[in-house]
Design a protein around this ligand. Structure first.
Ligand SMILES: [Zn+2]
Length: 323
């Protein structure tokens, strides 16, 4: 026995169970297995048990803050190591080794647990957009371009958008302030008015995949549902139509960080992308991905149009089913 232990600790397969448990969240493991149909209730995920593959959709509960799970049907319970051991029908030690490998955790015995962070956390820290140390002044919210895009003065003021007449990177463009989840200003997007490329100018180094446009406002509406659109103007227009719980991807793909933010703040997602081929394809992909975690509905925007081109009443009609 003692010999075995010594051999284990000196081998390259040395594994620190406690460090693995601390480093890997149960949520990340459930995502790794793509467990379908889990519903989020506060800090719990609830659904069919992936271990005994039962059909009762309330037997399996994952407590995210405790990082523990329980199945009322097959009585399986425990931490991430127990979960992986049950799924893989392997030992706890083998489960820990697999988690180390899947989540690229350090396996050196000299590494203290605290420096073996969750891979998602590492990404978060590396990719965070620093808050700006300035705000543009003299932005004119009454520019005709905004009216032409269907944005009224009140919405323009609320979002802080308008023409920036001053010098610099954003000179002569319609500027759109982008905030992080905490409401800190992290960038401006500058929309060209004269067709000069790029259509939208963003500061060098700004990572839009780290943010969701309007998330800080949508998060405090108290809505359990969030509407997901592609662009800034779609977002402002849907907001103006009476749906302030709307956020924009600023593109067509949903990053891991964006997905985590949505799932942490809302219980249901309504996907409302553009009515073109790219929008339809992205809508399908995103809805499929999110539906493993929460109820998702896709709204079909009419062919060839996008939400910011629709009238308020048309937006209300499309969203009536989900209100
Ligand atoms: Zn079970």
């Amino acid at each position: 026995m003692i010999l075995n232990r010594q051999r284990e600790t000196s081998s390259k397969d040395w594994v620190n169970f406690a460090a693995v448990k601390r480093a890997v969240s149960l949520e990340a493991v459930l995502r790794h297995y793509q467990v379908p149909g889990l519903r989020r209730r506060r800090d719990q995920l609830q659904g069919c048990c992936p271990i005994h593959r039962g059909t009762r959709d309330d037997s399996f509960r994952a407590h995210l803050t405790k990082n523990a799970f329980q199945c009322f049907a097959c009585q399986a319970c425990g931490n991430v190591l127990d979960f992986v051991a049950a799924m893989e029908k392997c030992s706890i030690r083998e489960a820990a080794l697999r988690l180390q490998q899947w989540f690229a955790l350090a396996s050196s015995p000299g590494v203290p647990a605290a420096s073996v962070p969750n891979r998602e956390l590492v990404r978060k820290e590396e990719g965070a957009n620093a808050p700006l140390r300035f705000a543009l002044t003299g932005v004119e919210p009454n520019h005709p371009y905004l009216a032409q895009r269907g944005i009224d003065a009140a919405t323009a003021r609320e979002f802080g958008v308008g023409l920036y007449p001053g010098p610099g990177l954003m000179s002569g463009r319609i500027v759109i302030p982008i905030h992080n989840q905490r409401g800190q200003l992290v960038a401006y997007a500058g929309r060209a008015l004269d067709g000069r490329p790029p259509k939208y100018k963003l500061p060098v180094g700004f990572r839009k995949a780290r943010e969701l446009f309007n998330l800080h406002r949508a998060a405090v509406t108290g809505s359990n549902t969030v509407i997901l659109v592609e662009g800034y103007f779609d977002c402002m227009r849907v907001h103006q139509a009476g749906f302030p719980w709307v956020v924009a991807l600023m593109g067509l793909s949903l990053s891991g960080a964006q997905e985590s933010a949505l799932l942490a703040l809302f219980d249901r997602v309504v996907v409302m992308l553009d009515g073109d081929a790219a929008g339809r394809a992205a809508s399908k992909t995103i809805a499929a991905r999110l539906s493993s975690w929460c109820p998702v509905q896709a709204v079909r925007v009419p062919d060839g149009s996008q939400p910011d081109q629709l009238s308020c009443s048309a937006i209300q009609r499309l969203l009536a089913v989900v209100k």
